[in-house]
Design a protein around this ligand. Structure first.
Ligand SMILES: NC(=O)c1ccc[n+]([C@@H]2O[C@H](COP(=O)([O-])OP(=O)(O)OC[C@H]3O[C@@H](n4cnc5c(N)ncnc54)[C@H](O)[C@@H]3O)[C@@H](O)[C@H]2O)c1
Length: 258
């Protein structure tokens, strides 16, 4: 038995690679039709090809989550393709080299906030509008899961902008969870620890000694796998989590305990 109802429609941003790509696969395995959304066209199309090869229904939509017109068009395209939107994972994000707080430029700050916080706000705005206006299915109109981070709970060293954005994602999640639950929509977040993805490889490339530092944040020194995070995210969107709302679920092997 799959964890999602037959024909559920799932939209995942940042799904060309890393955690989003793994989530697209888990959503498909659990019975959803999947919209793979990303700024990277080649990676997104490859992802769709691999999902289809596994027997899933999937489509690619190019999106820049920092632009409202692009986000609105993404949600519209999803509805045009599959008729509705049941599960949305707002996961697209970027990283940046470590900066001492007093050396972080306004440009770096603004870029990070644009993708990792404003991008989530814009996606949620258009997804909530669609979900709130659609007919309930099995009494539910939709479920949202945002990708925050351990840095949404504790500070990431050298990353004031990333930390602020990820804390903000939890704030948006709580507001949506409190305002839309009565209308049949849940909103939650996942807070992954260091997970083996292209982003982490990039961040190790940026900063000397980063790999050791990152490994020291994970119990046993072993990074998580994208599927570890993806399966928790899909569970949060499933009926099994029907009474979980407004939460940030830490998925990190126990590195951060709250
Ligand atoms: N990997 C980790 O250790 C880790 C830990 C905590 C949180 N996270 C968060 O998980 C999410 C996914 O991270 P990942 O490690 O898989 O990263 P990744 O870099 O491997 O994948 C991120 C994806 O987001 C896409 N993207 C970036 N900017 C975009 C934009 N403006 N519009 C549309 N798509 C855009 C990229 O093209 C890429 O495909 C991010 O939000 C990240 O902050 C990751």
């Amino acid at each position: 038995m799959t964890r999602l109802h037959e024909g559920h429609v799932a939209l995942v941003t940042g799904a060309a690679q890393g955690i989003g790509a793994a989530a697209a696969e888990v959503f498909a395995r659990e019975g959803a039709k999947v919209v793979v959304a990303d700024a990277k066209v080649d990676g997104g199309l490859e992802r769709v090809e691999s999902l289809r090869a596994g027997g899933a229904e999937a489509e690619f939509v190019e999106v820049d989550v920092t632009r409202e017109d692009s986000v609105a068009a993404m949600v519209e395209r999803c509805v045009e393709l599959y008729g509705r939107l049941d599960c949305a994972m707002n996961n697209a994000g970027i990283t940046d080299p470590m900066h001492p707080f007093d050396e972080l430029t306004l440009e770096n700050w603004e870029r990070m906030i644009a993708v990792n916080l404003t991008g989530v706000f814009l996606c949620m705005k258009h997804e909530l509008r669609q979900m709130a206006g659609q007919e309930p299915r099995d009494g539910r109109r939709g479920a949202i899961v945002n990708t925050s981070s351990g840095a949404g709970i504790v500070p990431a060293p050298g990353q004031p902008h990333y930390t602020a954005a990820k804390h903000g994602v939890l704030g948006l999640t709580k507001v949506a969870g409190s305002e839309y639950y009565a209308r049949g929509i849940r909103a939650n977040a996942i807070c992954p620890g260091v997970t083996e993805t292209p982003m982490v490889r990039q961040s190790i490339g940026f900063n000397q000694g980063a790999e050791e530092k990152l490994r020291s944040t994970v119990p046993g020194g072993e990074f998580g796998r994208p599927e570890d995070v993806a399966s928790a995210a899909v569970w949060l969107c499933s009926e099994q989590a029907r009474w979980v709302n407004g939460q940030g679920l830490i998925v990190d092997g126990g590195g951060v305990m709250r």
